[in-house]
Design a protein around this ligand. Structure first.
Ligand code: BG6
Length: 488
Protein backbone atom coordinates (compact mmCIF):
# COMPACT_ATOMS: atom_id res chain seq x y z
CA UNK A 1 0.00 0.00 0.00
CA UNK A 2 1.26 3.52 -0.81
CA UNK A 3 2.54 5.25 2.32
CA UNK A 4 0.89 8.60 3.02
CA UNK A 5 2.75 9.54 6.18
CA UNK A 6 5.03 12.53 6.45
CA UNK A 7 7.17 12.22 9.52
CA UNK A 8 7.32 10.19 12.74
CA UNK A 9 5.87 11.96 15.77
CA UNK A 10 5.19 11.40 19.42
CA UNK A 11 1.61 12.59 19.82
CA UNK A 12 1.23 13.37 23.50
CA UNK A 13 -2.32 13.87 24.73
CA UNK A 14 -2.70 15.80 27.98
CA UNK A 15 -6.17 14.96 29.23
CA UNK A 16 -6.06 11.35 28.02
CA UNK A 17 -9.18 10.39 29.94
CA UNK A 18 -11.24 13.43 28.96
CA UNK A 19 -14.27 13.79 26.74
CA UNK A 20 -12.35 15.35 23.85
CA UNK A 21 -9.65 12.68 23.75
CA UNK A 22 -12.22 9.88 23.85
CA UNK A 23 -14.90 11.34 21.62
CA UNK A 24 -12.75 12.95 18.95
CA UNK A 25 -8.95 12.50 19.14
CA UNK A 26 -8.59 8.74 19.50
CA UNK A 27 -11.17 7.97 16.77
CA UNK A 28 -9.46 10.52 14.47
CA UNK A 29 -6.04 8.96 15.05
CA UNK A 30 -7.45 5.49 14.42
CA UNK A 31 -8.95 6.73 11.16
CA UNK A 32 -5.57 8.21 10.15
CA UNK A 33 -4.06 4.81 10.88
CA UNK A 34 -6.63 3.18 8.65
CA UNK A 35 -5.81 5.60 5.85
CA UNK A 36 -2.12 4.89 6.35
CA UNK A 37 -1.23 8.45 7.34
CA UNK A 38 0.76 7.58 10.45
CA UNK A 39 4.48 6.87 10.12
CA UNK A 40 5.43 3.43 11.36
CA UNK A 41 7.39 5.01 14.21
CA UNK A 42 4.66 7.42 15.33
CA UNK A 43 3.69 6.93 18.97
CA UNK A 44 0.61 8.03 20.90
CA UNK A 45 1.15 8.79 24.56
CA UNK A 46 -1.78 9.50 26.85
CA UNK A 47 -0.93 11.62 29.88
CA UNK A 48 -3.00 11.77 33.04
CA UNK A 49 -3.24 11.12 36.75
CA UNK A 50 -4.68 7.62 36.37
CA UNK A 51 -2.40 4.74 37.26
CA UNK A 52 -2.76 2.52 34.23
CA UNK A 53 -0.30 0.02 32.91
CA UNK A 54 0.07 -0.58 29.18
CA UNK A 55 -2.55 -3.32 29.04
CA UNK A 56 -5.11 -1.31 30.97
CA UNK A 57 -4.60 1.70 28.72
CA UNK A 58 -4.88 -0.39 25.56
CA UNK A 59 -8.08 -1.85 26.90
CA UNK A 60 -9.46 1.61 27.66
CA UNK A 61 -8.62 2.83 24.17
CA UNK A 62 -10.29 -0.20 22.63
CA UNK A 63 -13.47 0.53 24.58
CA UNK A 64 -13.24 4.19 23.61
CA UNK A 65 -13.15 3.18 19.95
CA UNK A 66 -16.08 0.84 20.47
CA UNK A 67 -18.08 3.77 21.87
CA UNK A 68 -17.01 6.60 19.60
CA UNK A 69 -15.48 5.28 16.37
CA UNK A 70 -18.48 5.19 14.13
CA UNK A 71 -17.27 2.32 11.92
CA UNK A 72 -16.32 -1.29 12.60
CA UNK A 73 -12.87 -1.60 14.23
CA UNK A 74 -10.78 -3.56 11.76
CA UNK A 75 -8.64 -6.11 13.57
CA UNK A 76 -5.59 -5.69 11.32
CA UNK A 77 -5.63 -1.89 11.88
CA UNK A 78 -6.13 -2.27 15.62
CA UNK A 79 -3.17 -4.64 15.81
CA UNK A 80 -0.91 -1.94 14.40
CA UNK A 81 -2.53 0.91 16.34
CA UNK A 82 -2.29 -0.70 19.78
CA UNK A 83 1.51 -0.89 19.59
CA UNK A 84 1.71 2.86 19.19
CA UNK A 85 0.00 3.44 22.53
CA UNK A 86 1.50 4.08 25.92
CA UNK A 87 0.36 5.85 29.05
CA UNK A 88 2.32 8.29 31.17
CA UNK A 89 1.13 8.77 34.72
CA UNK A 90 1.84 12.33 35.78
CA UNK A 91 0.12 15.19 37.49
CA UNK A 92 0.51 18.26 35.28
CA UNK A 93 0.36 20.48 38.36
CA UNK A 94 3.66 19.06 39.50
CA UNK A 95 6.28 20.16 36.98
CA UNK A 96 8.95 17.96 38.62
CA UNK A 97 7.08 14.94 37.31
CA UNK A 98 7.69 15.91 33.68
CA UNK A 99 10.94 13.94 33.84
CA UNK A 100 8.79 10.82 33.74
CA UNK A 101 7.48 11.96 30.38
CA UNK A 102 10.96 12.84 29.18
CA UNK A 103 12.16 9.33 29.98
CA UNK A 104 9.35 7.89 27.90
CA UNK A 105 10.19 10.13 24.95
CA UNK A 106 13.93 10.17 25.24
CA UNK A 107 14.76 7.08 23.27
CA UNK A 108 12.57 8.16 20.37
CA UNK A 109 13.95 10.29 17.58
CA UNK A 110 10.51 11.68 16.88
CA UNK A 111 9.43 15.30 17.13
CA UNK A 112 6.68 15.92 19.64
CA UNK A 113 3.15 17.19 19.19
CA UNK A 114 1.62 18.07 22.54
CA UNK A 115 -2.17 18.14 22.48
CA UNK A 116 -3.65 20.21 25.33
CA UNK A 117 -7.02 18.47 25.62
CA UNK A 118 -7.39 19.77 29.14
CA UNK A 119 -8.83 22.94 30.74
CA UNK A 120 -6.84 26.14 30.05
CA UNK A 121 -5.98 26.70 33.72
CA UNK A 122 -3.44 23.88 33.37
CA UNK A 123 -1.73 25.27 30.24
CA UNK A 124 0.82 27.38 32.12
CA UNK A 125 1.97 24.40 34.17
CA UNK A 126 2.25 22.13 31.16
CA UNK A 127 4.36 24.72 29.33
CA UNK A 128 6.54 25.15 32.40
CA UNK A 129 6.95 21.39 32.73
CA UNK A 130 7.89 21.01 29.07
CA UNK A 131 10.31 23.91 29.41
CA UNK A 132 11.91 22.24 32.40
CA UNK A 133 12.68 19.12 30.38
CA UNK A 134 13.80 21.17 27.36
CA UNK A 135 11.22 19.69 25.06
CA UNK A 136 9.60 22.96 24.10
CA UNK A 137 11.90 23.98 21.27
CA UNK A 138 11.29 23.95 17.50
CA UNK A 139 10.27 21.57 15.86
CA UNK A 140 8.12 20.45 18.79
CA UNK A 141 4.65 21.95 18.71
CA UNK A 142 1.50 22.31 20.75
CA UNK A 143 -2.16 22.08 19.78
CA UNK A 144 -4.45 23.98 22.11
CA UNK A 145 -8.19 23.57 22.30
CA UNK A 146 -10.76 26.31 22.38
CA UNK A 147 -11.97 28.23 24.24
CA UNK A 148 -8.66 29.95 24.87
CA UNK A 149 -9.60 31.73 28.06
CA UNK A 150 -12.96 32.90 29.23
CA UNK A 151 -12.56 36.56 28.25
CA UNK A 152 -10.27 38.82 26.25
CA UNK A 153 -8.12 39.41 29.29
CA UNK A 154 -7.71 35.76 30.25
CA UNK A 155 -7.09 34.74 26.65
CA UNK A 156 -4.26 37.29 26.44
CA UNK A 157 -2.85 35.89 29.65
CA UNK A 158 -2.94 32.31 28.34
CA UNK A 159 -1.38 33.31 25.04
CA UNK A 160 1.40 35.10 26.90
CA UNK A 161 2.02 32.00 28.97
CA UNK A 162 2.19 29.85 25.85
CA UNK A 163 4.50 32.33 24.19
CA UNK A 164 6.95 32.26 27.08
CA UNK A 165 7.82 28.71 26.11
CA UNK A 166 6.77 28.34 22.47
CA UNK A 167 7.14 30.48 19.38
CA UNK A 168 4.10 31.45 17.33
CA UNK A 169 4.98 28.96 14.57
CA UNK A 170 4.83 26.15 17.16
CA UNK A 171 1.34 27.05 18.43
CA UNK A 172 -1.69 25.50 16.72
CA UNK A 173 -4.94 26.92 18.13
CA UNK A 174 -7.71 24.61 17.13
CA UNK A 175 -11.33 25.31 16.24
CA UNK A 176 -12.44 22.01 14.80
CA UNK A 177 -15.15 23.64 12.68
CA UNK A 178 -12.34 24.95 10.45
CA UNK A 179 -11.41 21.35 9.68
CA UNK A 180 -14.85 20.45 8.38
CA UNK A 181 -15.02 19.80 4.64
CA UNK A 182 -18.27 21.73 4.41
CA UNK A 183 -16.73 24.82 6.02
CA UNK A 184 -13.80 24.77 3.60
CA UNK A 185 -16.27 24.43 0.77
CA UNK A 186 -17.79 27.79 1.74
CA UNK A 187 -14.74 29.42 0.16
CA UNK A 188 -15.20 27.53 -3.08
CA UNK A 189 -18.94 28.11 -3.08
CA UNK A 190 -18.61 31.84 -2.54
CA UNK A 191 -15.55 32.70 -4.55
CA UNK A 192 -15.62 30.44 -7.58
CA UNK A 193 -19.28 30.57 -8.56
CA UNK A 194 -20.39 33.80 -10.16
CA UNK A 195 -23.97 33.03 -9.18
CA UNK A 196 -23.04 33.44 -5.51
CA UNK A 197 -20.00 35.68 -5.84
CA UNK A 198 -22.12 38.36 -7.35
CA UNK A 199 -25.21 37.97 -5.19
CA UNK A 200 -23.71 38.20 -1.79
CA UNK A 201 -24.50 41.47 -0.05
CA UNK A 202 -27.29 43.61 1.36
CA UNK A 203 -28.78 44.26 -2.08
CA UNK A 204 -29.50 40.56 -2.67
CA UNK A 205 -29.51 38.92 0.75
CA UNK A 206 -32.29 39.60 3.23
CA UNK A 207 -30.92 37.80 6.27
CA UNK A 208 -28.75 34.89 7.33
CA UNK A 209 -29.31 32.17 9.93
CA UNK A 210 -26.48 30.14 11.44
CA UNK A 211 -27.74 27.27 13.55
CA UNK A 212 -25.77 24.68 15.50
CA UNK A 213 -28.14 22.52 17.48
CA UNK A 214 -27.30 19.44 19.50
CA UNK A 215 -29.41 16.78 21.17
CA UNK A 216 -26.72 15.84 23.67
CA UNK A 217 -26.52 17.52 27.06
CA UNK A 218 -23.22 18.21 28.71
CA UNK A 219 -22.19 14.55 28.88
CA UNK A 220 -20.73 14.44 32.37
CA UNK A 221 -18.80 17.69 31.81
CA UNK A 222 -20.84 19.77 34.29
CA UNK A 223 -17.79 20.96 36.19
CA UNK A 224 -16.21 22.33 33.02
CA UNK A 225 -19.35 23.47 31.29
CA UNK A 226 -20.86 25.35 34.20
CA UNK A 227 -17.82 27.64 34.29
CA UNK A 228 -17.95 28.21 30.54
CA UNK A 229 -21.51 28.10 29.19
CA UNK A 230 -22.70 27.90 25.61
CA UNK A 231 -21.54 31.39 24.70
CA UNK A 232 -17.89 30.62 25.37
CA UNK A 233 -18.11 26.97 24.34
CA UNK A 234 -19.73 27.52 20.95
CA UNK A 235 -20.43 31.14 19.97
CA UNK A 236 -17.03 32.75 20.62
CA UNK A 237 -15.42 30.19 18.35
CA UNK A 238 -17.48 27.98 16.02
CA UNK A 239 -20.35 30.36 15.28
CA UNK A 240 -18.17 33.45 14.87
CA UNK A 241 -15.79 31.53 12.63
CA UNK A 242 -18.69 30.53 10.38
CA UNK A 243 -20.09 34.05 10.41
CA UNK A 244 -16.76 35.56 9.41
CA UNK A 245 -16.29 33.14 6.50
CA UNK A 246 -19.83 33.75 5.27
CA UNK A 247 -19.51 37.52 5.53
CA UNK A 248 -15.90 38.26 4.55
CA UNK A 249 -14.88 40.08 1.41
CA UNK A 250 -12.98 38.08 -1.20
CA UNK A 251 -9.39 37.61 -0.01
CA UNK A 252 -6.60 38.60 -2.39
CA UNK A 253 -5.41 35.01 -2.32
CA UNK A 254 -6.67 31.76 -0.80
CA UNK A 255 -4.01 31.59 1.85
CA UNK A 256 -3.73 31.80 5.62
CA UNK A 257 -2.64 35.41 5.78
CA UNK A 258 -5.19 36.90 3.36
CA UNK A 259 -8.16 34.89 4.61
CA UNK A 260 -7.41 35.80 8.24
CA UNK A 261 -7.14 39.46 7.32
CA UNK A 262 -10.63 39.50 5.78
CA UNK A 263 -12.17 37.48 8.60
CA UNK A 264 -10.78 39.85 11.21
CA UNK A 265 -12.29 42.83 9.37
CA UNK A 266 -15.73 41.21 9.69
CA UNK A 267 -15.29 40.50 13.38
CA UNK A 268 -14.17 44.07 13.97
CA UNK A 269 -17.30 45.35 12.22
CA UNK A 270 -19.76 43.45 14.38
CA UNK A 271 -22.16 45.93 15.94
CA UNK A 272 -21.61 46.13 19.67
CA UNK A 273 -24.19 44.49 21.90
CA UNK A 274 -24.27 46.00 25.39
CA UNK A 275 -26.77 46.91 28.12
CA UNK A 276 -28.74 49.08 25.66
CA UNK A 277 -29.64 46.34 23.19
CA UNK A 278 -29.00 43.15 25.15
CA UNK A 279 -32.70 42.30 25.56
CA UNK A 280 -33.65 42.86 21.94
CA UNK A 281 -30.59 41.15 20.45
CA UNK A 282 -29.85 38.15 22.64
CA UNK A 283 -31.63 35.23 24.26
CA UNK A 284 -30.06 33.12 26.93
CA UNK A 285 -31.59 29.73 27.81
CA UNK A 286 -31.12 26.67 29.96
CA UNK A 287 -32.72 23.27 29.40
CA UNK A 288 -35.36 21.85 31.68
CA UNK A 289 -36.39 18.20 31.69
CA UNK A 290 -37.84 16.96 28.43
CA UNK A 291 -38.01 14.14 25.92
CA UNK A 292 -35.40 13.46 23.26
CA UNK A 293 -35.82 10.56 20.83
CA UNK A 294 -38.56 9.15 23.04
CA UNK A 295 -36.41 9.21 26.19
CA UNK A 296 -36.92 11.50 29.16
CA UNK A 297 -33.75 13.45 29.92
CA UNK A 298 -33.02 15.47 33.08
CA UNK A 299 -32.81 19.23 33.34
CA UNK A 300 -29.38 20.92 33.30
CA UNK A 301 -29.38 21.33 37.04
CA UNK A 302 -30.18 17.67 37.58
CA UNK A 303 -27.32 16.41 35.39
CA UNK A 304 -24.67 14.21 37.02
CA UNK A 305 -22.30 16.29 39.13
CA UNK A 306 -24.45 19.40 39.06
CA UNK A 307 -25.15 21.93 41.77
CA UNK A 308 -28.74 22.71 42.65
CA UNK A 309 -28.72 26.10 41.04
CA UNK A 310 -26.96 27.63 38.06
CA UNK A 311 -27.27 30.70 35.86
CA UNK A 312 -25.15 29.14 33.12
CA UNK A 313 -26.67 29.18 29.66
CA UNK A 314 -26.97 26.01 27.57
CA UNK A 315 -28.61 27.96 24.75
CA UNK A 316 -27.78 31.25 23.06
CA UNK A 317 -29.41 33.13 20.26
CA UNK A 318 -28.16 36.45 18.91
CA UNK A 319 -29.31 38.98 16.37
CA UNK A 320 -26.04 40.34 15.01
CA UNK A 321 -25.30 43.08 12.49
CA UNK A 322 -22.11 43.73 10.58
CA UNK A 323 -21.63 47.44 10.12
CA UNK A 324 -19.86 47.60 6.80
CA UNK A 325 -20.87 48.46 3.26
CA UNK A 326 -21.56 44.90 2.17
CA UNK A 327 -23.89 43.97 5.04
CA UNK A 328 -25.66 47.21 5.76
CA UNK A 329 -28.55 46.25 8.12
CA UNK A 330 -28.68 42.57 7.18
CA UNK A 331 -29.44 40.56 10.34
CA UNK A 332 -27.30 37.51 11.04
CA UNK A 333 -29.25 35.30 13.43
CA UNK A 334 -27.14 32.90 15.44
CA UNK A 335 -28.60 30.06 17.43
CA UNK A 336 -26.95 27.22 19.31
CA UNK A 337 -28.01 24.99 22.15
CA UNK A 338 -27.72 21.70 23.92
CA UNK A 339 -30.62 19.24 24.25
CA UNK A 340 -32.51 20.70 21.32
CA UNK A 341 -34.91 18.89 19.03
CA UNK A 342 -32.33 17.75 16.50
CA UNK A 343 -28.58 17.60 15.88
CA UNK A 344 -27.56 19.74 12.95
CA UNK A 345 -25.31 22.55 11.84
CA UNK A 346 -26.67 24.68 9.03
CA UNK A 347 -26.32 28.06 7.40
CA UNK A 348 -29.41 29.41 5.69
CA UNK A 349 -29.18 32.40 3.41
CA UNK A 350 -32.51 34.07 2.68
CA UNK A 351 -32.50 36.17 -0.46
CA UNK A 352 -34.56 39.31 -0.97
CA UNK A 353 -38.12 39.10 -2.13
CA UNK A 354 -38.97 39.81 -5.76
CA UNK A 355 -40.04 43.46 -5.94
CA UNK A 356 -43.04 42.82 -8.23
CA UNK A 357 -46.20 40.82 -7.63
CA UNK A 358 -46.84 39.52 -11.11
CA UNK A 359 -48.40 36.26 -10.12
CA UNK A 360 -51.74 35.95 -8.53
CA UNK A 361 -50.53 33.56 -5.88
CA UNK A 362 -51.16 35.20 -2.56
CA UNK A 363 -49.31 32.60 -0.52
CA UNK A 364 -45.99 33.09 -2.26
CA UNK A 365 -46.20 36.79 -3.04
CA UNK A 366 -43.66 37.41 -0.31
CA UNK A 367 -41.40 34.51 -1.03
CA UNK A 368 -37.62 34.43 -0.33
CA UNK A 369 -35.29 32.03 -2.11
CA UNK A 370 -33.24 30.03 0.33
CA UNK A 371 -29.73 28.70 0.06
CA UNK A 372 -29.14 26.11 2.73
CA UNK A 373 -25.64 24.85 3.49
CA UNK A 374 -25.84 21.66 5.51
CA UNK A 375 -22.59 21.49 7.40
CA UNK A 376 -23.65 18.28 9.14
CA UNK A 377 -25.24 15.74 9.00
CA UNK A 378 -26.30 14.87 5.39
CA UNK A 379 -23.63 17.29 4.21
CA UNK A 380 -24.70 19.18 1.15
CA UNK A 381 -26.35 22.27 -0.27
CA UNK A 382 -29.96 22.97 -1.15
CA UNK A 383 -31.46 25.80 -3.11
CA UNK A 384 -35.13 26.40 -2.62
CA UNK A 385 -36.97 28.18 -5.41
CA UNK A 386 -40.49 28.52 -6.76
CA UNK A 387 -41.71 26.55 -9.73
CA UNK A 388 -45.02 26.49 -11.48
CA UNK A 389 -47.20 23.58 -10.46
CA UNK A 390 -47.93 21.60 -13.68
CA UNK A 391 -51.54 22.12 -14.63
CA UNK A 392 -53.48 21.83 -17.92
CA UNK A 393 -55.42 24.97 -17.11
CA UNK A 394 -52.27 27.12 -17.38
CA UNK A 395 -52.86 28.75 -14.05
CA UNK A 396 -49.74 30.15 -12.45
CA UNK A 397 -49.89 28.35 -9.20
CA UNK A 398 -46.40 27.98 -7.75
CA UNK A 399 -44.72 25.87 -5.13
CA UNK A 400 -41.30 25.91 -3.43
CA UNK A 401 -39.11 23.11 -4.79
CA UNK A 402 -35.60 22.08 -3.88
CA UNK A 403 -32.46 21.66 -5.96
CA UNK A 404 -30.07 19.43 -4.08
CA UNK A 405 -26.37 18.70 -3.99
CA UNK A 406 -25.04 16.14 -1.59
CA UNK A 407 -21.50 14.91 -1.10
CA UNK A 408 -22.29 11.21 -1.03
CA UNK A 409 -24.05 11.20 -4.39
CA UNK A 410 -21.81 13.66 -6.18
CA UNK A 411 -18.37 12.56 -5.01
CA UNK A 412 -19.10 8.95 -4.10
CA UNK A 413 -16.83 9.13 -1.12
CA UNK A 414 -17.07 9.77 2.57
CA UNK A 415 -15.78 13.04 3.85
CA UNK A 416 -13.11 13.16 6.53
CA UNK A 417 -13.82 14.13 10.12
CA UNK A 418 -12.55 17.55 11.20
CA UNK A 419 -10.10 16.30 13.83
CA UNK A 420 -8.61 13.85 11.36
CA UNK A 421 -7.82 16.65 8.94
CA UNK A 422 -6.52 19.02 11.60
CA UNK A 423 -4.24 16.44 13.21
CA UNK A 424 -2.83 15.71 9.78
CA UNK A 425 -2.35 19.41 9.02
CA UNK A 426 -0.46 19.86 12.27
CA UNK A 427 1.81 16.96 11.30
CA UNK A 428 2.40 18.71 7.98
CA UNK A 429 3.22 21.84 9.96
CA UNK A 430 0.50 23.79 8.19
CA UNK A 431 -1.20 26.45 10.33
CA UNK A 432 -3.71 27.61 7.69
CA UNK A 433 -6.68 25.83 9.23
CA UNK A 434 -5.91 27.00 12.74
CA UNK A 435 -7.01 30.23 14.40
CA UNK A 436 -4.70 33.18 14.95
CA UNK A 437 -4.35 34.98 18.26
CA UNK A 438 -5.72 38.12 16.65
CA UNK A 439 -8.94 36.46 15.52
CA UNK A 440 -9.47 35.02 18.97
CA UNK A 441 -8.97 38.38 20.65
CA UNK A 442 -11.31 40.29 18.34
CA UNK A 443 -13.98 37.63 18.93
CA UNK A 444 -13.56 37.85 22.69
CA UNK A 445 -13.97 41.61 22.62
CA UNK A 446 -17.43 41.28 21.07
CA UNK A 447 -18.43 38.36 23.30
CA UNK A 448 -17.16 40.03 26.50
CA UNK A 449 -19.49 42.95 25.95
CA UNK A 450 -22.51 40.62 25.71
CA UNK A 451 -21.57 38.60 28.77
CA UNK A 452 -20.94 41.78 30.76
CA UNK A 453 -24.34 43.13 29.74
CA UNK A 454 -25.99 39.86 30.82
CA UNK A 455 -24.25 40.14 34.17
CA UNK A 456 -25.01 43.84 34.65
CA UNK A 457 -28.67 43.24 33.89
CA UNK A 458 -28.64 40.13 36.03
CA UNK A 459 -30.20 38.26 33.11
CA UNK A 460 -31.25 34.76 34.07
CA UNK A 461 -31.44 32.01 31.45
CA UNK A 462 -34.96 31.31 30.21
CA UNK A 463 -35.92 27.66 30.66
CA UNK A 464 -36.78 25.54 27.63
CA UNK A 465 -37.86 21.93 27.59
CA UNK A 466 -35.26 19.48 26.32
CA UNK A 467 -36.29 18.24 22.88
CA UNK A 468 -37.67 21.60 21.70
CA UNK A 469 -36.04 24.35 19.61
CA UNK A 470 -35.22 26.55 22.60
CA UNK A 471 -36.91 29.34 24.56
CA UNK A 472 -39.97 31.16 23.26
CA UNK A 473 -38.23 34.56 23.22
CA UNK A 474 -35.89 33.31 20.59
CA UNK A 475 -38.83 33.05 18.18
CA UNK A 476 -40.10 36.49 19.19
CA UNK A 477 -36.66 38.03 18.71
CA UNK A 478 -36.61 37.30 15.02
CA UNK A 479 -40.36 37.67 14.44
CA UNK A 480 -39.98 41.32 15.41
CA UNK A 481 -38.11 41.64 12.12
CA UNK A 482 -40.81 39.56 10.37
CA UNK A 483 -38.42 36.63 10.02
CA UNK A 484 -38.88 32.99 11.02
CA UNK A 485 -36.45 30.28 12.01
CA UNK A 486 -35.83 27.62 9.45
CA UNK A 487 -36.27 24.50 11.47
CA UNK A 488 -37.64 21.67 9.50
C1 BG6 B 1 -17.17 21.44 20.89
C2 BG6 B 1 -17.92 21.84 22.14
O1 BG6 B 1 -16.25 22.42 20.53
O2 BG6 B 1 -18.08 21.25 19.83
C3 BG6 B 1 -18.96 20.80 22.49
O3 BG6 B 1 -17.01 22.00 23.21
C4 BG6 B 1 -19.85 20.50 21.31
O4 BG6 B 1 -19.75 21.24 23.59
C5 BG6 B 1 -19.03 20.21 20.06
O5 BG6 B 1 -20.66 19.38 21.64
C6 BG6 B 1 -19.91 20.12 18.83
O6 BG6 B 1 -19.14 19.72 17.73
P1 BG6 B 1 -19.82 19.10 16.44
O7 BG6 B 1 -18.70 18.94 15.47
O8 BG6 B 1 -20.40 17.79 16.87
O9 BG6 B 1 -20.87 20.07 15.99
Amino acid sequence: MKKNFIHPYNIIIFGAKGDLACRKLIPALFQLEKKNFLHKNTKIIGVGRAIWNYYEYVNIIFNTLKNFYKKPIRKDIWNIFKYRLSFCNLDVCNTNQFFILKKMLYHELNDNIYYFAIPPNTFANICKGLGKINLNTIPNKIIVEKPIGTSLQSSKLINNQLKKYFQEEQIFRIDHYLGKETILNLLTLRFSNFLFYNNWDHTTIDHVQIIISETIGIEGRWGYFDQIGQMRDMVQNHLLQILSIIAMDPPKKIDFHHIKKEKIKVLQSLRKIDIHNIHTNTVKGQYAEGVINGKTVPSYIKEIGSKKYSNTETFVSIKAYIDNERWNNVPFYLKTGKRLYDKKSEIIIYFKKVPTKLFDNIKYNHYSNKLKVKLQPNEGIEIEFLNKVPDINSTFKSKPTILQFNYKNSFKKNISEAYERLLLESMKNNQSLFVSQNEIEVSWKWIDSIIQAWDKNNMKPELYNAGTWGPESCIQMIEKNKHHWDHH
